[in-house]
Design a protein around this ligand. Structure first.
Ligand code: 5BU
Length: 379
């Protein structure tokens, strides 16, 4: 690991220096929650995934998913599993990272990212790419994210409800003809109501209203105050102390892997760093086993999988390596990953998931990874 100023700079200061809005937000979140932990939520069902996200959310800054290993994933864009995860992310203050490892030609990865049933870009703040096919995949994902963001302000969310009328609605609709829409609300959202009458009285006057169809159209603007608003205290659906995450999406390039005998050479890793520098508005950093910032103005973030702690009574400093899983995975301690190799965020799956009390274990990992970071600053 080359020595670089970012290794000795606090997350808070780095958050002010970076130009990537989502990296800046993440670094602030890390500072606020005193956490540089990512949970790899590799569980078999959507129900377990949502349960874990809610329980472990307070300890983490990133929740990593593999949506394609989850059974019962609900693809509904507004009420499905992605949307529910996004709302838990707002509640507990974490970002969602879909570990999709896109690895195809540019045109294909753009469609996989922005389309299909999963519509990953809608709910995942962060995704990653395996750059073996070449730099074009990074450019295409960046283009997909740009197009998505451009479309976003114009997106109209329409919801239709049918119900019995309230007194107010009755008065608003009094003068309308049968079935004719009445606009009753003009403040940012348009609400049209179509009153349906039971029939006409003999004198030509309308009979009683039996149902009201309400069509609500909401325009979510990128310049909306939602993005800058600081969350009001007492609102339990929103994490206090920081505004909502920006709409900007981010990419991590798969520069190095944790698995034994992988084929990611030094040259490949170097090409990943070059691609990141070419797309600084979209690439947040790397999945890597060490810090890769070398040029003076590099301010990439690093997330590292292959992390486990030894049992509570063993000293993690004397033994940076803690074995593997028998299927090629290799583990290092947070001390080694954050403190020595200079990564920023430790990614932990089974180390937490297989513990008898995953919530308590997540706190043990959070505290070990944070300690490794604070000690690195002082060393
Ligand atoms: P574990 O249970 O902590 O071993 O899970 C590690 C997770 O990180 C798992 O979801 C892997 O797919 C993911 N991973 C990894 O282990 N090593 C890598 O180099 C990359 C991802 Br990239």
């Amino acid at each position: 690991m080359a020595s670089h100023p970012t290794l000795k700079t606090t997350f808070a200061v780095r958050s002010e220096a970076t130009t990537h809005p989502l990296t800046s937000y993440l670094l602030r979140l890390m500072d606020l929650k005193a956490s540089n932990l990512c949970l790899s939520a590799d569980v078999p069902t959507a129900r377990e995934l949502l349960y874990l996200a809610d329980k472990i959310g307070p300890s983490i800054v990133v929740l990593k998913t593999h949506y394609d290993m989850v059974s019962g994933w609900d693809f509904h864009p507004d009420t499905g599993t992605g949307a529910k995860l996004a709302s838990l992310a707002r509640k507990h203050g974490f970002l969602i990272f879909e570990d999709r490892k896109f690895g195809d030609i540019g045109h294909t990865v753009e469609l996989q990212y922005t389309g299909g049933s999963a519509r990953i870009i809608d709910w995942a703040h962060i995704v990653n790419v395996n750059m073996v096919p070449g730099k074009a995949s990074v450019a295409s994902l960046a283009q997909g994210a740009r197009r998505w963001l451009e479309r976003y302000p114009c997106e109209v969310k329409t919801s239709v409800t049918v119900g019995t009328p309230t007194m107010d609605q009755f008065e608003d609709a009094e003068d309308a003809k049968d079935g004719e829409p009445v606009t009753v609300n003009g403040n940012g959202s348009n609400m049209m109501e179509k009153p349906i009458y039971a029939g006409r009285n003999g004198d030509g006057r309308k009979g009683s209203i039996v149902s009201i169809t309400t069509v609500t159209q909401q325009y979510e603007s990128a310049a909306s105050p939602r993005l800058t608003k600081t969350i009001a205290e007492g609102d339990e659906s929103l994490f206090p102390g920081i505004e909502e995450a920006p709409l900007n999406r981010g990419l991590l390039i798969l520069a190095q892997m944790s698995s034994e005998g992988n084929f990611m050479t030094r040259e490949y890793t170097q090409a990943c760093v070059e691609a990141a520098r070419e797309h600084k508005d979209f690439v947040m950093g790397f999945i890597s086993q060490e810090a890769l910032n070398t040029q003076a103005d590099d301010d990439f973030i690093h997330m590292t999988p292959g992390c486990q702690l030894p049992p509570e009574d063993e000293d993690q400093q004397t033994n940076g390596k803690v074995g593997g899983d028998g299927q090629g995975q290799q583990y290092n301690t947070p001390y080694k990953i954050i403190g020595i190799a200079g990564s920023d965020i430790a990614i932990v799956g089974r180390g937490i998931l297989k513990a008898s009390d995953p919530v308590e274990e997540a706190e043990r990992y959070r505290s070990a990874a944070w300690k490794a970071y604070t000690e690195r600053l002082l060393r």
